[in-house]
Every structure is written in C-alpha cells, then in structure tokens.
Ligand binder design. Structure first.
Ligand code: GLC
Ligand code: GLC
Length: 638
C-alpha cells in the first residue's frame, strides 16, 4: 500500500474519465455536482477498501471504475424526495439516536396478508408509537421452502403474494410521511438456488459458477469443513450440499441457500447494484443479514474474518456515494467481542444486541442479574454515532451467546449453564414457568437453542399474573438501556406459541415457526381492557413507550454502571444534563430493598417516571418481585 496514494490518483482519474464519457452523468446541474462532491470526499475510502479486497487482480481498475459508474447511474435515478431526505439527514445524522425511536418487526403475510394490509395498519403503528418498521423478507423466493423469505430469488421483485415493487415504494413513502422509517433485509450472504445466477451456475455457465463456491468433488469441501461450524445441522450436515450434476456448493444455512463468493469482485458489484436498487425504493435501513459469514478463507472458521468488515465498509462507502442517508444494521449473532467489531459509523451504524437479549432471559431463569449487569457494564457502550437495536426476542431462536470468559469470572461454567438454560426454557427443569421448544438440538456437540414467543417463554400459558410482570420486566430493560427498542409485533398483546406451526407447508422441520404466529386479532381486540393479560401487557408497554419518548436522558446509548449490591436487582444509569435516570429492575421472586447507603450518591428527592410521582429515596427503595423503576435522580453534590 506504499504507492497507494499515487495509484489512488490514477485510479481516480480513470473513474472520472469514465464518468465524463457518460454525458448525462456529469452534466452541470446541481445533482451531478452533489455527486461529484461526494465522489471527491469518499473515493479515497472506496479505493482503499476495494484495493484491500481486490487490489491483486489484474482487472482491479476496470472493476472499480465500473462500480463508480454504477453508483453514479443509481444516484441519477434516485427519486428527488429521497435526495431531499439525504440532505436533511446530512444535517441531522443523529436522527436514529432519538429517544422517540421505537421499532416493530413483522412478516408481511402473517401480520397483514400483503403490503396493502401493512398500509392499512399504519394508524395502529402510530397508536403504538412506532418510528421504525422492519418488514421481514418480502422478495421473490422458492415455494414452499424459503427460510421465511431468507432465500431470495430476485432482489428486484416483491413476492407476488405480497404485492409489487411499486406498492413497496408507495408504502415506504406513506410510512415516511407518518414518521416511520422502513427497514428491509439485505440478504447478501446467499441467494436461493432459484435465483437466476444460481440457475446459470447450475447449468454450467462459468461466469455465474464463479458467483458461488462450487467444487467438482469433496476435496475442498472436506478441507473447509475441518474448521467450519454447522448452523442448521438438522437440515444438512456440514456446509456443502451436492448439486444435481454431482458438484458441491457451499450452503451455510439451508440446502437451497447458496453462499455468494465475494472473493469475486463481480459479485460485489452485482450485490452493490441490488443494494442501491433497494435504497432507491425508499428503504431507510438495511438489515445486513448473516454478516459473520460473508468471507471465507481456507483453514479458518470462515466467520468474522477481517475481510467481512472490509466488505461491509466497502458497501457502506458505495452508499455514501449514491444513497447517503441509508444506514446498515448488523445481524451478527456471535461472540460479543465479535458483535462489537461490526459497529462503527463507517461499517454498521446499528446492530442487534443479542447479548442483552440472551441475558435478559438468563436473569429471568436464574433470578440473578450478575451476568446481565456485568455485560451492561463492560459491553454496552459503543462508539458515538452508532446504536444498538435492543430486543427481547426476534423471529429467530434464542442462543446463549454470552462469553464463557465473562461467565467464568463469576464462577459460572458456560457449557453447563447453557445446558441449564436450555432445559429451563423447554420446561424440562422442575418448576420452570417457560414454554419454549428446542431449535437445532445437536446431540453431537450438545448445542441447542430456544424457540418461543415472549409470552410463552414468560409462562403466560399457565395464566399466572407473574407472567405479565415478567413480560413487562423483560421489555423494561430493552426499552431503557440505550438504543432502539424493537418489538416483535403481536408481543405487545402477549401472543402465545403457535403449536400448529408444523401443519403449514414447508415449516414442519423448523421450530422457529412456533414463535411466528399469524396476526392475533382476538388479542388485539382486548388491548384496551386492562383486566385482561392482553390489556395489561399493552398498557404497561404503552406507558414505557410514552415515558421513554418524553425522557431526553434515554436518547443515544450511553450507560453508566450502578451496583445495586443485590444479586436480584439490576441497576444502571442513563446520564443526562444535570439529572440521570436510575433504572432498577427486580428479577427475583421476593421483595428486595436497595439500601439508603447504596443510594447515598443521589439527592433525596427523585421522580418516578412511570407513575409521574415524586418519591424520596433517602430511606432506600423496595421493589416487589418483577417490579422495575425508572427514577429521575440528581447526583448529590460532594
Ligand atoms: C439470519 C436470519 C435467519 C435466517 C438466516 C439465513 O440469521 O435471521 O432467519 O435463517 O439469516 O438467511
Ligand atoms: C444466525 C446465527 C445463528 C442463528 C441463525 C438463524 O445468523 O448465526 O445462531 O441461529 O442464523 O436462526
């Protein structure tokens, strides 16, 4: 890279000449000067990143110039409304850190039949307070097996059962005018085996054969599999599957999801094109699916390799040129050290917080907050300009992703603890309240994960009042630690497991469908009746949502540790200007008191934000089982 600066200049000129040769790209109007300005600002980054990945190839320069041309064309086609948004967000680039942010996620078909149905639910989304809507994969996909749409056959076609691309564009615009950002998946680790590229590869076209990891025999697959973990062992062993003609193709997830080969720059360019196409439909945030797996290297586990980060940064640099307001959310469900590495303003500005999610459940089972508290203290704070997406559960399974090293410091053996948690959540542990089901139980490795809706995991099937308290307790953490809270829609009315899931075609072998029920209409109908569990959950969440959006201390992600000196009670502070919010959450089954001594760093007068009442804390604070408090406190002067 010593001569990089010089090459950079030549390379820059090469790209500029190509841009200049296309009359309509570099005309003198305002738009193209905006592009030119961004090109000047971001080309060095793009060059550096692309060079790191592909610099040793003889066609490096042509590939890079083609990429820049593609970005310029995409910018030219970007609707003016989105260009205006780009400009607005350029001045307000912390928009997604606001304390009013609230996310919801749903499957279009299961929650609302189709895109028109989603549109019809906008009034409800506003009632709830959503500012962010993640529609689960809605693209053309194989039938009946598509991994819930995570096997994409075309990134430019909406699944015809759900609607059309035009409807998606209209929906995006209507959501935006209602203050709701649209989030869709960018499933870029793999395509379905029915994607045109895959079909051409299967037919022997060498150009498309190079889009995937295809080998004539088992030699390379065997070599790779020495170090690679199995993700869906119930579906197929190893990471490769046999093609019809006898060759082997890489498929990390299901047999019909073929991994793309990013060592080929043509794949990068092709996917950058699909990404910019989606951006121009009006998508605000792309959920970057399965980021850990996107780069492979023989002799490594092929997860979280340095090039995976370079690749994401390169995609991000392409956005800065042609769709500058687009944000990335990382889906890395891996060791917490690795999760953190994807979070950066120049890589993924947002990230799921799988550690917090898993440890909320861990604390609920153990009635001990030690691991969760430790994780918040040492792993919660992330760079300025980035945010967590905090959730209680998602469409996926719950995996126990805490670091064994962290657990060991607290005297916990990670392997044994995971076994306990699995048996607790599938109700094999005496006295457990949870009604989860196992996912990808792998007797060979002892690995297993958990499926189940929030309410079923909290024990609502047994109808106990404590279940409602547990549901609210779990959400109180996700809503207050810092970051965008994300609700799996339907959970706000306590939806239960769908035990008939296996009757639906294509779902039988995947227990995650147990927690992806259809729109629970009867439950929603009861949401305003606080005497019902539906109403109690809804009202409790609505209170948290409105308090959160009225509390500036909840903006951003910064968290300050607070030791409650009580293993049953979680504590942390959200610092504001002058005042802090002190959060206390009792995960135990008994009353717990946080002593006057422990609270002596704060002035005696506080405000309980959830009731709106002033409270005195100089005598200590006592919490009932599963109770939580959001207290506005003033650090005492010393
Ligand atoms: C992500 C999705 C999951 C899917 C996998 C493969 O982890 O969340 O549902 O099975 O990617 O695309
Ligand atoms: C994700 C995770 C894995 C998860 C799966 C989807 O990318 O790595 O733990 O279970 O895909 O369920």
């Amino acid at each position: 890279m010593v001569e990089a600066a010089g090459v950079d200049q030549a390379s820059r000129q090469h790209a500029l000449n190509a841009l200049g040769a296309e009359a309509d790209l570099m005309s003198r109007d305002k738009d193209s000067s905006v592009f030119r300005h961004r090109f000047d600002r971001h080309f060095p980054d793009l060059y550096r990143l692309f060079h790191t990945l592909y610099g040793s190839r003889p066609d490096f320069q042509e590939q890079l110039t083609a990429l820049v041309l593609q970005a310029a064309r995409s910018w030219n086609e970007r609707p003016s409304g989105l260009k205006a948004l780009d400009e607005e967000r350029d001045h307000n680039n912390a928009w997604f850190l606001a304390n009013s942010m609230l996310g919801g996620v749903c499957y279009v078909d299961r929650y609302a039949e189709d895109l028109d149905g989603v549109r019809a639910r906008i009034p409800y989304f506003k009632e709830l307070g959503l500012t962010y809507l993640h529609l689960m994969p809605l693209f053309l996909a194989p039938e009946p097996h598509s991994d819930g749409g995570y096997a994409v056959s075309s990134y430019r076609r909406v699944n015809p059962k759900l609607g059309t691309m035009e409807q998606l564009r209209e929906l995006a615009a209507e959501l935006r005018s209602n203050g709701i950002s649209l989030v869709v998946d960018f499933i870029f680790n793999h395509t379905s085996d029915e994607h045109e590229w895959a079909q051409r590869a299967a037919a022997g076209d060498p150009e498309y054969g190079d889009y995937y990891w295809i080998f004539p025999d088992r030699t390379m697959p065997d070599a790779f599999e020495q170090n690679v973990r199995e993700i869906f062992p119930e579906n197929h062993p190893g990471s490769f599957i046999r093609m019809e003609d006898g060759r082997w193709v890489w498929a990390t997830f299901h047999t019909y999801q073929w991994d793309l080969n990013y060592s080929n720059p043509a794949v990068f360019r092709a996917m950058a094109g699909e990404m910019l196409f989606l951006a121009n439909q009006g998508v605000d945030i792309l959920r970057m699916d399965a980021v850990a797996f996107i780069w492979k290297q023989l002799g490594t586990p092929c997860e979280n390799l340095p090039e995976a980060h370079t690749l994401l940064q390169a995609f991000n640099a392409v956005c800065r040129l042609a769709a500058p307001s687009l944000l990335f959310k990382s889906e890395a469900i891996v060791h917490p050290d690795e999760v953190a590495l994807y979070i950066d303003p120049a890589e993924c500005q947002l990230s799921y917080n799988p550690l917090q999610m898993a440890l909320i459940w861990e604390a609920m089972a153990t009635r001990d907050v030690a691991l969760l508290s430790q994780a918040l203290e040492r792993r919660h704070n992330i760079p300025d300009g980035t945010s967590w997406v905090n959730y209680v559960r998602s469409h996926d399974d719950i995996g126990w992703t805490f670091a064994d090293e962290d657990a060991a410091e607290l005297g916990i053996n990670g392997f044994d603890h995971r076994r306990f948690l699995n048996s607790f959540y599938v109700n094999r542990f005496p006295g457990s309240f949870a009604r989860g089901v196992p996912f990808q139980d792998n007797p060979r490795t002892g690995d297993c994960r958990i499926s189940g809706t929030t309410a079923s995991l909290c024990g609502l099937e047994d109808g106990t009042g404590q279940a409602v308290d547990r549901i609210l307790l779990a959400h109180s953490v996700a809503f207050s630690t810092g970051g965008i809270p994300l609700l799996y829609l339907g959970d706000e009315v306590g939806q239960l497991n769908d035990y008939d899931y296996a009757l639906e075609e294509g779902h039988g072998t995947d227990s995650r469908w147990v927690h992806r029920p259809h729109y629970p209409a009867e439950r929603y109908a009861k949401r305003h009746d606080p005497a019902t569990p539906e109403g109690a959950v809804f009202e409790g969440l609505r209170t948290m949502i409105s308090v959160r959006s009225a509390t500036p201390e909840f903006a951003g992600t910064r968290l300050v540790h607070f030791d409650t000196k009580n293993r049953g009670v979680l504590g942390y502070q959200r610092p504001g200007e002058g005042t802090h919010i002190l959060v206390l959450a009792n995960f135990s089954d008994g009353n717990q008191t946080i002593t006057a001594q422990t609270l002596s760093g704060f002035a005696a007068g506080a405000v309980d934000l959830l009731t709106g009442n002033p409270v005195r804390i100089e005598g200590g604070v006592t919490l009932r089982p599963q109770e939580f408090r959001w207290l506005r406190v003033t650090p005492a002067r010393v």
